[in-house]
Each structure stands twice: as C-alpha cells, then as structure tokens.
Design a protein around this ligand. Structure first.
Ligand code: GLA
Length: 763
C-alpha cells in the first residue's frame, strides 16, 4: 500500500514500512524497517540541532540546511553532500553538478514500460524531481510488493545538449544502525563464498566488471546487525534485477548514517543521452526482517517465487532431469543417449537434457559454437527423432544452447567475422574456452540468434532449454549495458511466445545467478561443482537470497570431477533434494544396489517435491556439528542433517525442528537409504562368519546386489520435544554394522520427514 499524507510518503507491505518526506525540495529519508505509521514521520526524523560547522549550506539561513548530514532518497553532487553520489554526468566533456528538486508525484497501477526485467504485480509511486538549470528530469520509482520494496530511477534529458551518463545508480538507501555487510563472492566451481565485513567510515565496494553479474560478486547482499542470528535480529537484504556488471557500495557517515548504493557498475559506463532521450536503471529490491537471517531469506524466497518467476512456472513442480553432460560430455550416439534415457526413465527421471555436442562440428569445446544445425552423424534421426523416442519412454526432452558465443572454427564466424565483439581499436578479443562473444548490441546478430534457436525449438518436441554462457569479453568496454539489453531482448523474443518451455540458465555454473536471469529462467544451474560437500556451502549461501525452487542441483559420479573427493551416493541425493533434483552421470556405471538407491531417491523426492522446492526453507546446525537444512509446509517438514569429516567415536547428536505446534504430535521417519557392502572394505572380515577377500568375486557380487540399510529411525514425539531436540541414531563408532545406526563415513548425511499424527494414532 502507498499513502501520501501531509507531505509524508509511506510504503507499507506485510511487515515493512518505508517513509520519506520532502524537505526544502529534497526527498529526506525517514525510515526503512519494521512497520510504523505515517504519523510517526516527525518523531522518526533526524534532529540536526544547530547543524555542523564547516558544512556547505544550500540555504545560508541555518547551519542545519546542509545535505551532507541528512539521510536522503537521492543526492546529486555540488549541493553540499560530499558522500558518494548515485549520479555522475558530463556535458561537452566536463563533469557537471546536479541539483534535483521535488516537482511532483503519481501513483501508477503499472510500472512504466521497460527494456529491463521488472518485478511482477507491483503498485508504483513515481516521485518526480527536476534539475531546472541542467534541463534534466529524474523519476524515482518505488514499488510495493507483499515482501519487498523495489526502486529504480529514470533520467530524461530535457535540455538541448547531449549529456553523458558516467554513473547512474538504481537506488540510494540510507540506514541507521550498526551493520556487518554479508556478500557472496567466488569464482568458477567455487561460487558464493560468504564474506562478512564490518561497515565503517571506510567505503566498501563490491563490483563486477566482467560484463556478467558474475561468480566473483553476486549482486545480492545483506546488511545485518552484528549480533543477528538465523532466528533473531535486524537484517536488511538487497538485490538487483540485472545480469551485467554491477556495483554496490556501503559507507557509514560521521553522523552514523549508512549509505547504500546499488546499480550498474560505473566502470566503463559512457552512456550518451541525446536531447529528448532517457535512461532507466535496473530495478533494485530490498527487504527487512527483525526475525534474523531466516526471516529475511523467507521474504526474499516468497518474492522470487511469487513476483519474479514467470507466472507460468510459479508454484509448478520442476521435473527430475537426467542431463548428459558429466556422463557423456561430447561423446555420444543416439543409441547411447536412448539407452541412458531408458535407464533414466526406469529409475524415475522425467526429462532428458541433451547437453553440449549435438550440433555443427562440436566434438570438443574448440569448434562449432554458433552453428545450430544438428550433427546427423551422432543423431541420424535428428532432434525430432530423438525427442519422439524419449517421449515414447515417458521422458520430456531438453536441449543445451550457448547462443551468445561463437567458435572461431565455425561456419558462423567464417561468414560473419564482424559479428564478434572488438574493442574501439578493432583489436580482436582474447579467447576464453576457445570462443568469442557475439556482439548482441548488433540487431543482425540478435535476429540470427532468435531465428536459429527458434527454428530448432520448433523442429522437435523440446520442453526445456539450458541456456549457457561460458566466457567474458575484454572488448565489451562501454557496451556492457547495451549487451545486456540485447540479451534480454533475445530472451523475450524467443521465450515469450513459447511459455511452455522451462528455461534453465547457466553460465559456467553460477556465473550469472541473478534476479535478471530468474525473471526469464525459473531455475539456474548453481555451479559446475557437483561435489555435495561443496554444494552444501554453495546452496546454503544461495539460500540467503534465492529459494530452492531456483537451484539446479544434480547428483554426479564420485570421485567428483571438480575435487577428486569421494562422497556417499546417499549424500549426493540428500543435498540435491533441496533444489531441483537431477542426475548427471553415466547411470550404467552404477552398481545394481546404487541404481536401487537412485530409484528410491527419486521416489522420495517426488513424494516430498512440493515441500523441497517450495516449502519454507531454513538453515541451522545440530549439536553434533551437523549442518541442518529444513523445508516445511503445512503438511510436513523435511530435515537434512549433513556432516563433513567423520570424527572417531562421535558423540550424541540431536535434531531440532522449528515451526511445529508444541501441542501436537509428530511422526519422524528417516529416509531409507542404502549402503554398499564395499563401503566396509577389509572390515568385512570381522563382521562376516566366513573369511572373504574384500576385492574378490563374492564381495563384488554382494556389493552389486545386497541391500544394506543405513540409519533407519522412526519415532513419535510432540512439537515441543522436536523444538528441544530429538536424539538421532548413533553414528558409526568403530564397532559393528547396525541398520539402526548411522553408518556414516566422511560426508555422511540423512534426511528425515516429520508429519503430524492424529492424537489417537498408535505407533
Ligand atoms: C558449461 C556448463 C556445463 C556444461 C558445459 C558444456 O561448463 O556449466 O554444465 O553445460 O558448459 O560445454
């Protein structure tokens, strides 16, 4: 809801308020946080007293007429506010100051049209500011959604001269309080490392300059009070609907106001605004919770699921996929794919994704990108033939593309060498993964991609697309924003008219995991790292900002290609459950008992899919050093307990489940997961009555067929007892195998379901 009373602007949603007013023509920020009333404006306003000596005054009558000491909704340079400005402009090569003053407001039922992704279903307040002398109009758009507020800015050149925009932020947000900044940085296969930096008077910047939102600096971040926990304390969350180079800065002023700027990275930005033209920023989203990190991430999850994801996919179950990449890479034939498809379908998969390698001369990553014509040597019946055969097995058909890049060794490059990005000197770009980036600012390039990808999509029964992007360009320079606008244009043109296609985006894993891509693709491949120990960390970090329904999470072969670590198959499944489950390995290399475990995993996932994809997700830990993930709906809770290295003789461990009714009774059951006989190695000699060679035929045969259950546990207790902590089955402690113990080696885990039982039900 948006109200404007006595010059006080008040945005309210389910739990938050955002208040500002106009002070001498400048928008003065009053409050962002828990709910307050419009009538609180005066009480919440900062009291500058007699002002501060040495200040630059916008009105000489009072030392308090000084923009430097007020929290502001926007600030130009040159009117006495020396803090970092959200805008920098130049005219005829000279930097100019700006002085935007209030000129009016309007409530809009629809956001102004945009080339950029905009959150869905918001009510908008458009605040108009004018710099009369410069001939510039600034519109600050504030959006209200149930669990977040949004902001963006639009600059119009009303003057007769061209203006060059060198910096133009989406939002300038001022907060009171002490904060720690939580950011998520990393690199390929090492995405989303959670860094915590205390906010001080030294400015902290987090910036991506690669042209992508990047794995180096996710655009989402949190500002939390230093003592905030998962369940208590003040936490602010911010994100940006943008997939290109972005910028964030945070700095506390002497007066104790923390200024937060977020928007497009100003590095290399040189956007010429001709008279009459305008420039809009990407949309920023922000939310607050007094209920700790858990409260904040829940608000972001609701936002992404209800106001960002395409309406067609909101709340819809995401299919269990089989993806050909890690199992086959480029080495496949139709017969091999179909045989894998048959096994995948038997084990319960619902969709088969043919990854890289199906087109042109693409039999390695050195050639073929850009030539989207089917390789008939590998697929003699084409994509249509393959898709129809997979459909006959009961599987949907998904296909990989990487349309933004081109291999120098491709027909496309030979025909259009001028279609790749070059810098201003015409210098050819450096290669990354043997490929170049197409110039999406060129309409002919965009038309080619729309036409070639569209033709393939219409040629076969394709219901899922994996849209990959595996390189950066050193030649993007000032065109990075135009490139991203080009990308969004292409995505609209291909997918708006094909809404039934589920789009998964990917960029060498999580190199473009951002709200801009989520607007188009309901799910994103989190990381090329499929080692569950790494995925635990990556998915935990992602969950602060994004819901599990957006995580592409696959089980792969062990030892893992990215870490050479060996992990139990059960844990690979248990981690992937908390996301969009898939399998990405050669299923035929699995032992029979492992195939049985995969089949059981998929059946379990399908039975609890709504909870795992859309339930209320929270993070925690056990008193035994385990990481705890919990997903909860009205009907049930699914909890996962995950361990790292196995200690000798681990002590007792309790599972604490939150959100249950303390008066009701609940049945907890562990997921029946399977162990391999071979996991015991030469220990078998101690537990079997006969002496067998652990590497001999009898053990291999038993290993392949014999089912050994792990950590079977079932009990009934009150919600109160679950809130206190329920003792879990003991972990392996060097004695013997017992199906009722958790026979976990390193990186062991178990998953539990907790469901209400009626008072008279006996267990
Ligand atoms: C990238 C992706 C992988 C896979 C390969 C194919 O690395 O992240 O999932 O699709 O490309 O070349």
């Amino acid at each position: 809801m948006i109200t404007v009373n006595n010059g006080v602007f008040h945005l309210q949603n389910e739990e938050n308020s955002y208040l500002f007013r106009i002070m001498d023509g400048y928008p003065e920020h009053l409050h962002f946080g828990g709910r307050v009333e419009s009538g609180d404006a005066e009480a919440l306003a900062p009291i500058p007293g007699c002002g501060w000596g040495g200040s630059t005054l916008y009105d000489e009558r009072s030392n308090a007429c000084c923009l430097d000491i007020f929290p502001l909704e926007w600030s130009g340079s040159g009117r006495g506010d020396y803090r970092e400005s959200p805008v920098e402009l130049s005219v005829e090569g000279e930097p100019v100051t700006t002085d935007f003053r209030f000129s009016g407001w309007e409530i809009l039922k629809e956001p102004p049209a945009s080339e950029l992704p905009i959150s869905r279903g918001q009510e908008i307040l458009a605040l108009r500011l004018l710099d009369r002398e410069a001939g510039l109009r600034l519109t600050l758009c504030y959006g209200v959604l149930p669990t977040v507020f949004t902001r963006r800015a639009i600059l119009e050149n009303l003057s007769g001269k061209p203006v060059v925009v060198r910096k133009f932020m989406s939002a300038c947000t001022e907060l009171s309080g002490r904060f720690a900044l939580h950011t998520f940085s990393g690199g390929w296969i090492a995405e989303m490392q959670h860094n915590v930096t205390p906010v001080s008077m030294a400015r902290i910047c987090l910036e991506s300059t690669t042209g992508a939102s990047s794995n180096r600096a996710n655009p989402g971040f949190l500002l939390a009070s230093p003592d905030a926990t998962e369940a208590a304390g003040s936490v602010y969350g911010f994100n940006l609907l943008y997939s290109g180079s972005h910028y964030l800065s945070v700095q506390r002023s002497l007066q104790g106001i923390t200024r937060v700027l977020q928007g497009i990275s100003p590095a290399n930005l040189e956007w010429a605004l001709a008279p009459g033209e305008s420039l809009e920023t990407p949309e920023a989203v922000m939310s607050y919770s007094g209920g700790g990190f858990g409260g904040l991430s829940q608000r972001f999850h609701t936002y992404v699921n209800r106001n960002l994801i395409s309406p067609r996919w909101q709340g819809r179950p995401r299919p269990v996929v089989y993806n050909s990449w890690e199992g086959c890479t480029f080495d496949f034939t139709e017969a091999r794919l179909l045989s894998l498809g048959k096994t995948a379908a038997r084990l319960g998969c619902e969709l088969f994704v043919l990854d890289d390698g199906w087109f042109g001369t693409r039999s390695s990553d050195t050639s073929g990108l850009g030539d989207y014509n089917v390789n008939l040597k590998k697929l003699p019946h084409g994509l249509k033939g393959l898709g129809q055969k997979l459909e006959a097995m009961g599987l949907g058909f998904g296909l990989w593309f990487e349309p933004e890049s081109v291999s120098p060794d491709s027909d496309l490059y030979r025909a259009h060498p001028d279609w790749v990005l070059r810098d201003g000197l015409g210098r050819t770009d450096l290669l990354g993964r043997h490929q170049l980036l197409l110039d999406l600012t060129n309409p002919a390039v965009r038309d080619y991609i729309v036409q070639s990808v569209g033709a393939i999509l219409d040629s076969a029964p394709i219901s899922y697309v994996k849209w990959d992007m595996n390189r950066h360009s050193c030649a993007l320079g000032g065109r990075q924003h135009a490139y991203i606008l080009g990308l969004y244009d292409i995505l609209h043109r291909i997918f708006d008219s094909r809404p039934e296609i589920l789009l998964e985006s990917c960029s060498s894993g999580g190199n473009r995991f951002d709200c801009g891509m989520l607007y188009f693709s309901p799910q994103i491949w989190c990381s090329d790292d499929t080692d569950p120990a790494e995925r635990l960390r990556i998915q935990t970090s992602l969950s602060y900002l994004y819901p599990p329904s957006t995580f592409g999470a696959h089980v792969s072969a062990s030892p893992h290609a990215q870490t050479l670590r060996s992990t139990p198959l059960s844990t690979r499944g248990n981690v992937s459950f908390f996301g969009c489950l898939g399998y990405e390995l050669d299923l035929h290399e699995l032992l029979r008992v492992e195939q049985a475990e995969v089949q059981a995993q998929i059946a379990f996932y399908k039975a609890h899919r709504r909870t795992l994809q859309y339930g209320r997700f929270s993070r925690g830990e056990t008193d035994g050093g385990g990481i705890l993930w919990q997903a909860q709906t009205e009907e049930e809770t699914v909890a996962g307990v995950f361990h790292g290295l196995q200690p000798a003789a681990p002590g007792y461990e309790r599972l604490t489940v939150s959100g249950l009714d303390s008066q009701k009774r609940y049945r907890m059951e562990s997921r029946p997961q399977l162990l391999r006989v071979g996991d015991f190695g030469s220990l078998l000699r101690h537990v079997l009555p006969v002496k067998l060679n652990p590497h001999g035929f009898a053990i291999s045969a038993a290993d392949s067929r014999y089912k050994m259950y792990d950590g079977a546990q079932a009990l009934t207790a009150s919600g109160g007892a679950f809130a206190q902590g329920i003792p879990l089955a003991p972990r392996f402690s060097g004695t013997a195998y017992d199906p009722q113990s958790r026979t976990q080696s390193d990186f062991g885990s178990n998953v539990y379901t907790i469901k209400e039982v009626s008072p008279d039900e006996k267990h």
